[in-house]
Ligand binder design. Structure first.
Ligand code: ARG
Length: 700
């Protein structure tokens, strides 16, 4: 295949095809619960935002630079700026603890569909949800009992199958190394989501355990983890057609979305997301350009917003370019024909159509709330603080709950105090409100928004929101991070409840919206859609019986396999499978925020100090495969037919940005940083001999 995010436990079904494509190992080498297998070298980071792989017997982990970005920037100051200058620990003592970061190993997974189906037998519409929660919790409790593992039950094919997952979680994870961001993020937003690419998108972490090898909270006495399995590295190189697979944690795809959903995205919601992000990005950039301190504080969040800003532009463009709407319509017509004599499915496409028609007038409003009203950073911090303070009061006798709540509160508050920029946020506040006011149908405006406009009698809408912002920013004690910190020394729920910023936040909160007329339209839609989706997928499973079918990504471990492969764009331009250091140098723009390069790289390039990583007088930088990945896969190992690490997956190409909704075999490519570039940067630029010597490097 190439398309497909397969379930590791069931990978045996794909084995014949994998062999044909060049896979030399066995399914048991990939997933085995009785002895170490490749799955034991793969970790999900921080609950699934990225993937990493263990590469040494001392718990060393490789992932992407953009996955380590927050940890790297949080450890950067204008005086010790490791984001811009790079950093390689020369000893364990120099490795930097990252509070809050954790990794999870998959211990095992199990199909629990029979148990769940049995438990739901006889359930009614009204108690089904509750019963489902009950059986899930029971299955998790039984499986984790006296193990220290964490459990989760996930549904597949929109509720037609269930798998139980057991994870072992390690909380002491330390930053070990990263190149300067001029390498790790080379090309910036200009090159993001595009091939050809020249980014050294890697960073390095280490997992620590207690002396017994078991998970332990951070302690100076913890020791580097001795993993069950680590990946050897191959510097032999890749060529067109070589087998390549990606093993990791894809987050979310929507491959069974109907034509209705495609149209809603391209015509209605995606453009709103892009418009609102434009406002944020422009205001933030202005502030970031003013001081290095502000830049370091906002960089990580900025990169996150910009990444998906461009994603939605590309998704819209390619859904149209590749005629995904028409393609889906055709599939649906064929489905309806097949379903004509099956009463359970015959009217399904009509039901979808009606459902979307009723929802459409509200879909835009929803996007304006999620991407607009909730976007100013103080809103989230204030809401979390308010809600947790209330829970703390209500549960003050439950010591364990209090401890958990305090921990959550501290994490959110710390990130606010350390990274919030009130000037940047104030700039966007009135603009976002005004954009909301103009973009959301007037009959859907909640009262409090109209009240703001009325309050400043005579002012224009835009002026009213500006005045409102002035008022919030001058009167509130929870927007300014210093004042907020002061308030939190002795927090009072009454004081917070009376704060104008808190009152505003509570009015735009998801909870307030759930109660207004508009919010219920959204939840009705979600509820109905979930039901239709479950029926649709049941039907598709039936229709495709005997054929291999993979479920949508849902942040569980998957394998995608295929080959290193070149491609030609629609207008006939041919793209090679790899890029190299000479091309990096051609893109070099001294002092540029996206295309600058560190002097270490330029020096090594001039001296041709390429060591064992050279091919044809240059260093390979990135390559492409036809594997099937999405967000969450970032940092995943790209593994050759022998089980060796040949690169890290970090992106997709522009021509196939519709990929999360429809995989295009002709154009979709996974962009990987070549492991030889990673090692060259560590070795020749970073002089990280201590780390290089930990790796098991295969030359042939
Ligand atoms: N587009 C990549 C992804 O989501 C992230 C690339 C990070 N680089 C950047 N310039 N923002 O997987």
């Amino acid at each position: 295949a190439d398309e497909g995010m397969w379930i590791p436990m069931l990978i045996g079904k794909n084995y014949d095809q994998m062999k044909k494509q060049g896979f030399k190992l066995t399914p048991e080498d990939l997933y085995n619960i009785n002895k170490a297998s490749i799955k034991d070298a793969i970790v999900s980071l921080g609950g699934g935002f990225c993937t990493g792989e263990v590469v040494s017997n001392k718990g060393l982990v490789f992932t992407n630079h953009h996955c380590g970005y927050e940890a790297i920037s949080a450890n950067s100051t204008p005086q010790n700026d490791i984001l811009d200058n790079g950093f390689y620990a020369k000893s364990y003592a120099e490795e930097k603890p990252i509070p809050g970061l954790f990794v999870q190993f998959l211990v095992r997974m199990e199909d629990v569909t029979p148990q769940i189906t049995a438990a739901l037998q006889g359930a009614t519409e009204a108690n089904r949800g509750e019963k489902l929660e009950e059986v899930k919790n029971r299955l998790i409790a039984d499986a984790t009992k006296s193990t220290g593992y964490e459990g989760a039950v996930k549904d597949f094919f929109d509720g037609n199958q269930y798998f139980l997952y057991l994870y072992e979680t390690y909380n002491d994870v330390r930053l070990v190394g990263a190149p300067p961001q001029s390498i790790g993020k080379f090309g910036g937003d200009t090159d993001n989501w595009e091939w050809p690419r020249h980014t050294g998108d890697f960073s390095i972490f280490r997992i620590y355990s207690g002396k017994d090898g078991k998970p332990a909270t951070y302690s100076a006495d913890n020791v580097p983890l001795v993993p069950k399995k680590f990946l050897p590295v191959s510097i032999k190189g890749v060529k067109n057609g070589d087998f390549a697979m990606v093993y990791g944690y894809p987050g979310h795809t929507d491959r069974f979305l109907t034509s209705n959903g495609v149209r809603l995205a391209t015509e209605e919601t995606n453009p709103v997301i892009v418009k609102l992000r434009d406002i944020r990005l422009k205001a933030w950039k202005e502030e970031m350009n003013k001081s290095i301190d502000t830049r370091l504080k906002l960089s990580s969040k900025y990169a996150e917003i910009a990444n998906y800003w461009k994603y939605f532009i590309g998704q819209t463009e390619q859904l149209k370019q590749l005629d995904i709407y028409d393609q889906k319509l055709k599939e649906e017509a064929e489905f309806t024909q097949w379903a004509a004599d099956k009463p359970a499915y015959a009217g399904l496409m009509d039901s979808y159509k009606k459902l979307y028609a009723a929802y459409e007038p509200y879909a835009i409003h929803r996007t304006f709330v999620e991407e607009g009203l909730l976007a100013p950073g103080f809103v989230y911090n204030t809401l979390v603080t308010y809600n947790i303070l209330r829970s703390l009061a209500a549960r003050k006798d439950d010591a364990k709950a209090v401890e958990e709540l305090k921990k959550d509160l501290k994490e959110v508050n710390d990130s606010y105090v350390n990274n919030y920029n009130e000037i940047a946020d104030k700039k966007i506040f009135a603009q976002i409100m005004a954009t909301y006011y103009a973009g959301v149908p007037k009959d859907q405006h909640p009262q409090f928004i109209e009240d703001i406009v009325k309050k400043y009698n005579g002012a224009t809408v835009e002026e009213s929101f500006t005045k409102f912002a002035d008022e919030l920013w001058s009167k509130s004690i929870v927007i300014n991070p210093d004042k907020f910190k002061e308030f939190m020394k002795n927090p009072s729920i009454e004081v917070l409840g009376n704060d104008p910023a808190c009152q505003y936040a509570r009015q735009v909160s998801p909870r307030a919206y759930a109660r207004n007329a508009f919010g219920s339209k959204v939840s009705d839609f979600e509820e109905q859609k979930e039901k239709l989706d479950k029926i649709y997928l049941k039907a598709l499973l039936e229709k495709n019986q005997g054929r291999l079918m993979y479920p949508d990504a849902n942040s569980t471990m998957r394998i995608s396999y295929g080959n290193v492969q070149d491609y030609a764009s629609k207008d006939g331009k041919h793209y090679n499978i790899n890029t190299n250091l000479d091309e990096v140098m051609k893109k070099y723009k001294p002092g540029d925020s996206e295309f600058d390069l560190p002097s270490s790289l330029i020096d090594a390039y001039k001296k041709k100090d390429f060591g064992q990583y050279a091919v044809d007088g240059t260093v390979p930088v990135c390559f492409i495969t036809n594997d099937d990945i999405t967000g969450g896969n970032s940092g995943s190992p790209v593994i050759n037919g022998n089980g060796e690490l040949i690169g890290l997956a970090f992106d997709g190409n522009w021509e196939a940005m519709s990929g999360d909704i429809a995989f295009d075999k002709k154009y979709k490519r996974t962009i990987c940083v070549d492991i030889r570039y990673v090692l060259w940067c560590m070795d020749k630029l970073g002089h990280a001999d201590n780390l290089i010597s930990e790796l098991e490097i295969h030359k042939n």
